[in-house]
Write a protein that binds this ligand. Structure first.
Ligand code: ZN
Length: 82
């Protein structure tokens, strides 16, 4: 009898270790999986396990699309070498 219980930590809340089946859950950017209940307990932007605030980590302008502003159009279109 060599049965052993394998706990699938990948689908278990990292805070309360509750098994997360089809329940609502959330995964933080650092890969910490938490159940919906634990997520509601604290700030959804702060990892309850490490205490990292991803809202501050990403920065205030993280949500903005990083696009370079269009530069001034060259009137000549480039001079030929020589
Ligand atoms: Zn939980």
């Amino acid at each position: 009898m060599s049965r052993r219980v394998v706990v699938t930590e990948e689908r278990a809340c990292r805070v309360c270790h509750m098994h997360i089946g089809t329940k609502m859950s959330a995964v933080f950017p650092n890969g910490v999986l938490v159940c919906y209940r634990c997520l509601r307990k604290g700030d959804p932007h702060v990892c309850p396990l490490t205490g990292v605030d991803f809202r501050e980590a990403l920065g205030p302008g993280a949500s903005q699309a990083v696009t370079s502003p269009p530069g001034p159009a060259e009137p000549g279109g480039g001079e030929p070498p020589g």
